[in-house]
Design a binder for this molecule. Structure first.
Ligand code: APR
Length: 169
């Protein structure tokens, strides 16, 4: 799988699947979540509500991933994942890595060939940017990546984060 770093807005990425840094409610929020729902339109929230009324009655667990339509976004699907809130006391990095691994698994199940990730947990959830990039790249460049997904983009929202990621890549 090709992994590239992109600086910009995840909502304009022309890929099959865009990953949302959601929260367990799946009912929207700020940051990436807010941008995706705002640009993608109500169809996304409608499907999120249906998920909550069905299999995800208690919400989406941290580290898990589930797909909906992408509404008006250029992508075909939004894959919602819930990152862990950063903790200095306990190591939650396996949960953060699960976000990327499970999103890739869902993308493969959908038949998505290309996927764009935000830097999950590195905003409201306060994960330090450098380690957030390291965890993402550890999964995206790992050996057990599904073969059907050919292209992955890590979309960084600002140049400072891009510089950090470039150094790690
Ligand atoms: N495109 C790409 N990256 C973005 C965008 C965007 N439009 N908006 C924000 N980012 C970046 C942030 O700068 C940060 O580096 O995405 C990263 C993740 O930030 P958040 O969106 O705050 O996500 P997270 O830290 O995982 O917190 C999730 O925030 O928005 C709420 O509902 C969401 O409760 C959930 C929590």
């Amino acid at each position: 799988m090709r992994v590239e770093l992109v600086t910009g807005d995840i909502t304009v990425q022309e890929v099959d699947a865009i990953v949302n840094a959601a929260n367990s409610s799946l009912l929207g929020g700020g940051g990436v979540d807010g941008a995706i729902h705002r640009r993608g339109g109500p169809a996304i929230l409608d499907e999120c509500r249906a998920l909550r009324a069905g299999h995800y009655g208690r919400g989406l667990a941290v580290g898990e991933a589930v797909a909906t339509t992408a509404g008006r976004l250029p992508a075909r699907w939004v894959i919602h994942t819930v990152g862990p809130v950063f903790s200095a006391r306990e190591d939650r990095s396996p949960l953060l890595r699960n976000c990327y691994a499970n999103s890739l698994r869902v993308a493969a199940e959908l038949g998505a060939r290309s996927i764009a990730f935000p830097l999950v947990s590195s905003g409201v959830y306060r994960w330090p940017k450098e380690d957030a990039v390291a965890q993402a790249l550890a999964v995206l460049r790992g050996s057990d990546v599904p073969t059907t997904v050919e292209d992955a983009r890590l979309v960084l929202f600002d140049d400072a984060t891009r510089v950090i990621a470039q150094r790690l890549l």
